[in-house]
Design a protein around this ligand. Structure first.
Ligand SMILES: [Zn+2]
Length: 475
């Protein structure tokens, strides 16, 4: 994304144990992911997957493989009639399980083709299958629902989730807004593939992540289009965009590129298309192979005031500038393909994407990343700029420009100075390769940087990530 406290000690201990030995660190979510006993009576799956900042997001007891979302939407009324089909595997003997859901009225729930009892408790949908699935057994949940989905308007995190617009809707979920439009295991660590089947009045355009499958099917004045995301995707990166778009299909660096713009947003997508292609090609040289099967971007008039790195196809609220595109495309490697294990490590998304902007400027006749770093480093030690911990900013500050974005990028530039150009270049390419389509945390980054540089970087990461104070100048 771009936008105009406890726990650090435990994390330090977890890192300290892992470091310099190459042994992966234990993670907060590991305890929650462990399967339960596979004998005895069935148990409830349970709400929440252990995220320190979003304790109710995600659930326990199962693992989702695929979401099939059938969405029938009418822009004039913003009415959605939907059916979500979720293929999952039980991790324990499940008497009941939770999905995250705060969308419109549910009209029916089935598990493996049989009606299931369900109840809604706050943002949880609790499902009781007639026949509880055993550990390791696959099961399919179908949830039918209809009504007008509503956005989340959070006083600190802003507006997100299902966002109805003048001519349609856009879904932008970061951090926990997917539940506003489909039932979901909203856990960063439970990535899945997706099919989006979107029906609208003919003439209205509908886009989503990934690639369009076949041609639009027109029947009785309505049109259905199918999009597939075949690579693992965290739910906060799933997206649909419905409206009066002009759509352009082309190519960027050898893969399909689909861009779209709402003419009412002003301008067009000429600049977006060209900049997206440059960003994909140039960043692939530095970060390794682009991780998805298509790319692009969508310009709409949404009014939320941010851009979001929705997987394979970012969404821009109005026409973006060059660095905004560079930032969102860099996220395809950092955030989308390699996703943090918990929201505490969001600096791994925003620090890398911001550093990618600095590096882009350095490569294209602008200030060097060192010069950009120096400008920020001149901030006096007493300034609030240094008051949060970059590696543990707190729930309310996950999008903090200073602590997460700027100081995240500064951490990487300081690391570059410390371990040297060659090792840093190796790190930038190896990180998205080693953890491609998976999850990783700050301990993993430290372990990789130590492995590459043959240095103990404990004091460095402690100062830059887990100290609410201005670190000593880089070497
Ligand atoms: Zn970002």
């Amino acid at each position: 994304m771009t936008r105009s406290s406890a726990g650090a000690v435990a994390l330090r201990i977890a890192c300290a144990m892992a470091l310099f030995t190459g042994v992966p660190a234990a993670t907060a979510s590991a305890a929650f992911a462990a399967p339960g006993p596979d004998t005895g009576s069935p148990t409830a799956g349970g709400a929440g997957s252990g995220d320190p900042y979003f304790p109710l997001a995600g659930n326990q007891g199962y693992d989702v493989a695929h979401y099939d979302l059938d969405l029938d939407f009418t822009p004039a009324t913003h009415h959605l009639t939907a059916e979500a089909t979720i293929r999952a595997t039980a991790q324990r003997y499940l008497r009941s399980f939770d999905l995250d859901y705060s969308g419109p009225e549910i009209t029916g729930v089935e598990v493996d083709g049989r009606p299931a009892r369900f109840r809604r408790e706050g943002q949880e949908l609790v499902v009781e299958p007639v026949r509880p699935p055993h550990p390791g057994e696959g099961f399919t949940v179908k949830v039918a629902y209809q009504g007008v989905p509503q956005r989340i308007s959070d006083p600190v995190l802003g507006d997100y989730g299902w966002l109805n617009t003048d001519d349609g809707a856009v879904a932008l979920n970061e951090p926990d807004g997917a539940r506003t439009w489909y039932p979901v295991n909203d856990d960063l660590n439970d990535k899945a593939t997706y099919t989006f089947r979107i029906t609208t009045p003919s003439g209205v355009k509908a886009l989503a992540n990934g690639e369009q499958h076949g041609e639009a099917q027109v029947h009785g004045g309505r049109s259905t289009v199918t999009w597939e995301m075949r690579r693992p995707m965290a739910s906060y990166l799933s997206m649909v965009a419905i409206g009066d778009f002009r759509v352009t299909r082309g190519e960027a660096g050898g893969i399909p590129s689909v861009t779209a713009y709402d003419p009412a947003a002003g301008g067009d997508d000429t600049f977006l298309r060209a900049t997206t292609e440059r960003a994909v090609v140039e960043q692939a040289r530095r970060f390794g192979r682009y991780p998805f099967d298509s790319v692009g971007g969508i310009i709409d008039r949404i009014g939320v005031g941010y851009e979001l790195e929705t997987q394979s196809r970012p969404v821009y609220d109005g026409e973006p500038d060059e660095l905004a595109v560079v930032h969102e495309i860099a996220h395809q490697w950092f955030g989308d393909s390699v996703t943090p294990r918990t929201w505490r490590d969001i600096w791994l998304n925003e620090g890398f994407a911001t550093f990618a902007e600095w590096r882009w400027q350095e490569d294209h006749g602008g200030p060097t990343a060192r010069e950009t770093f120096d400008g920020y480093y001149a901030t006096p030690a007493a300034d609030p700029f240094w008051q949060l911990k970059t590696g543990d900013p707190g729930h309310d500050n996950i999008f903090d420009q200073d602590a997460v974005y700027t100081r995240g990028a500064m951490t990487l530039q300081a690391l570059r100075e410390l371990i040297g150009e060659r090792d840093f270049a190796t790190l930038l390419a190896e990180w998205p390769t080693r953890y491609r389509y998976g999850n990783a945390d700050s301990c993993d980054l430290r372990a990789l940087a130590e492995q590459i540089s043959h240095r103990d970087l404990g004091a460095f990461f402690d100062a830059w990530l887990y100290t609410a104070a201005k670190p000593a100048p880089p070497a």
